[in-house]
Write a protein that binds this ligand. Sequence first.
Ligand SMILES: NC(=O)c1ccc[n+]([C@@H]2O[C@H](COP(=O)([O-])OP(=O)(O)OC[C@H]3O[C@@H](n4cnc5c(N)ncnc54)[C@H](O)[C@@H]3O)[C@@H](O)[C@H]2O)c1
Ligand SMILES: [Zn+2]
Ligand SMILES: [Zn+2]
Length: 346
Amino acid sequence: MRGLTLDGVGVITYRTDLPEPEVERSTDAVVAVRGAGLCGSDLHPYEGRERVRFGVIPGHEVVGQVVAVGDDVGDFMPGDRVLVPFTTNCGTCRPCIAGLSARCSSGELFGFGDPDLLSAPALAGGQAEQVRVPLAASTLVRLSDEISDEQAVLLADNFPTGWYAAERAGIVTGEPAVVIGLGSVGLCAVVAAISMGAAPVMAVDPLEDRRDRAERLGAQPVLPGDEESILPVGAVIEAAGTPVAQRMAVRLLRPGGTLSIISVPTADHFQVTAVEAYDRNITIRTGRAPVRSILDHLLGRVVAGEVVVPGEVLLTHPSVSLAQGAEMYRRFAAREPGVLKIAFAP
Ligand SMILES: NC(=O)c1ccc[n+]([C@@H]2O[C@H](COP(=O)([O-])OP(=O)(O)OC[C@H]3O[C@@H](n4cnc5c(N)ncnc54)[C@H](O)[C@@H]3O)[C@@H](O)[C@H]2O)c1
Ligand SMILES: [Zn+2]
Ligand SMILES: [Zn+2]
């Protein structure tokens, strides 16, 4: 089949000779990919900040159609249109029951692969024609017609991730919140914070194009450097993933405030000292978003129209061919104006 592989830092290869995935266990499904997002998380290994298993098919934000199922995949059937959250989950272990599907004791992350655990094969991702989904009965989410493929790509990761970040930032209706970093995750956090009643939501990013998108979504755009004008607030979301951005986030917190860090760490330590945290009674929350658990309560609200997934504002490239993979990775990593959220459509 056709697909992309990450073969080294900065090296994405378009291949036409990849083996098609098969049902390997009775709990597996195989999904034909209709859309697979390119995420800021894909940039960490691509830019060499995170070690992964080179040769892996990347991609962890998938919408598609079931083409094959094992004997224990519940009521999913070939032809079902489904969303694949970025991790698999069993639905019955202690983390799953506690709403932490992304920390399922038998869960796996699509498209990375632990380079130090060579005995376990890397779970191939979705930037390809097909993807194998382990633990399919409890991982897959059936999609109704009200949800477009574009929205589903965002619902497989960035939208529930931004929602999770906002939920854990201690937002209070009528009180301000700040979002730092306006990639797709930060912009989804803007939408979530506004939905939760934060007012105003101030949105910080050096890139004008991204600040403009935040403004279209209802936030007040702020250029880094001008954030001194912001009075310290109780809820700060850091979705940028750099130590500089995290320092800014800490400076903007008022006593008793919450720092919700949704970025994947790229430094060994939080950019806050024990004394700063103590002296201002700061709460820090961080971690991988449990997309499958969040969708249990969020998807119904999206279908009911109570919560709007901003596909038109975010998905600048909703249907790119896999053959353009290397070029699109390069343009996304360069943060070209007008390039925000890309989805491959095999
Ligand atoms: N916790 C999770 O489960 C989870 C899930 C998905 C993504 N992520 C992480 O969330 C982060 C954001 O993802 P994304 O897809 O939006 O990434 P992205 O790379 O598209 O966006 C990052 C944004 O931060 C901005 N930025 C950089 N330095 C800044 C600074 N000093 N001040 C303000 N803004 C700054 C950039 O200009 C960019 O717009 C990444 O670290 C990603 O790995 C985490
Ligand atoms: Zn992602
Ligand atoms: Zn589990």
